[in-house]
Design a protein around this ligand. Structure first.
Ligand code: ATP
Length: 365
């Protein structure tokens, strides 16, 4: 019997949960990677409590796969979608940083051209001209909205100097690195994610420049076990710099989205970000207007406090798709701070993200 995805899933189908259902029938198996004689996968539970209760199941799953002909190594990680209900995520990562040195000089691939990541269909960079316009908020919510539309989504927080995805996605667990080389990503709200913020030791400041920064990004892209993904969203640092250069020149980036608020000054900066992606020959997938209108939570009155329709007009001027406008809403901020992105809720803003995700999928980018 050849070792492949279906033989592994058949073996896992025989592993039963305490409820009597199989692991496969409950759809808990994620990020299955078969690499020659080694098999890796993740059992993703709904809550940390459920994950803790399944430790014995994890061991049975390990043994079931290890018993298959041709398997020499098995690695099984047990993760949860997100934090327990009612438990606010703590901002500092819990536990020790993984035994993996992150941050190094890039390894050479001179002359090979842009690299693809095995199993990853598309890489989508999300950038902005300046900080604070909501690029990370849009990245996490779009990731969740795409996952809710059925896509297999990865999220890489490449905002090296200000990683905010652990807080926004409610993840505080350290990623594991069983062999000091591969990094097992985390799961939250249906999204496979990693952030440089989860990889660093306590109090370790990132003071890297140039090559070290490029090497760290290269490690996160190539050493994380992303599994099969329809899209890997990369939350870029604001502005333009070494991370942009590395991502867009060394990797086969399918497209970029630029987020801006409607003010003229923000748009001026957004133009710089657009030009940087164009210079790097990264196709522009579209523009997003964040903090578009303000809806008063008390009276429902809608105000264009940062101006009106500026990003849409810019998209028309540049002949680029306009992917949508998102309101300035306290609910968005509270959701982000609480580790449950608004797109994971049933708020009207979640609907705006759902429409944006649909537009993106339908664009066939
Ligand atoms: N539509 C919105 N309504 C209300 N608050 C928002 C909205 N979008 C973002 N915010 C809040 O604004 C702050 C900045 O957002 P975010 O971190 O996403 O910006 P950013 O562009 O990624 O900034 P940086 O790159 O500097 O990290 C956060 O507190 C976030 O919760």
């Amino acid at each position: 019997m050849p070792l492949n995805r279906s033989t592994v899933l058949d073996a896992l189908d025989a592993v039963k949960l305490p409820s009597g259902e199989s692991l496969v029938a409950r759809d808990l198996v994620r990020a299955l990677v078969i690499d020659a004689d080694s098999v890796r996968f993740v059992i993703e539970c709904a809550t940390p409590e459920e994950a803790r209760a399944l430790d014995a199941v994890r061991a049975q799953a390990h043994d079931a796969v290890a018993a298959l002909p041709g398997v020499a190594r098995v690695s099984v990680a047990l993760t949860a979608h997100g934090p327990s209900p009612r438990q606010a995520p703590k901002s500092a990562p819990q536990g020790d940083a993984p035994a993996l040195k992150i941050g190094r000089h890039p390894t050479g691939d001179a002359g090979q051209g842009p690299q693809r990541i095995p199993g990853v269909q598309r890489i989508l960079a999300i950038g902005s001209g300046k900080g604070g316009v909501g690029k990370s908020t849009v990245s996490s919510n779009l990731a969740v909205a795409l996952a809710r539309e059925g896509w297999r989504v990865g999220l890489l927080d490449a905002d090296i100097y200000g990683p905010s995805q652990p807080r926004m996605m409610g993840v505080t667990k350290r990623p594991a690195s069983p062999d000091g080389k591969r990094i097992v990503p985390l799961q939250a709200h249906g999204v496979t994610m990693i952030s440089i913020g989860l990889m660093l030791k306590e109090d370790e400041a990132v003071i890297w420049r140039g090559p070290m920064l490029m090497g760290a990004l290269q490690q996160l892209l190539t050493q994380v076990e992303w599994g099969e993904l329809d899209v890997l969203i990369v939350d870029m640092p604001p502005g333009t710099g070494d991370i942009h250069l590395t991502l867009c020149s060394k990797f086969d980036v399918t497209g970029a989205i630029v987020v801006s608020t409607p003010q003229d000054v923000a748009l001026l900066d957004a133009r710089k970000a657009l030009r940087a992606f164009q210079t790097l020959k990264t196709p522009l997938v579209g523009l997003v207007e964040n903090m578009s209108t303000y809806i008063c939570p008390k009276c429902g009155h809608e105000d264009h406090i940062f101006g009106d329709g500026g990003v849409q007009a810019e998209a028309t001027r540049l002949d680029l798709p306009f992917l949508g406008a998102l309101p300035l809403s306290v609910e968005v901020r509270l959701a982000g701070d609480g580790g449950i992105p608004v797109a994971a809720t049933d708020s009207p803003v979640a609907d705006a993200y759902r429409r944006m995700a649909r537009r993106l999928i339908d664009s066939g980018f």
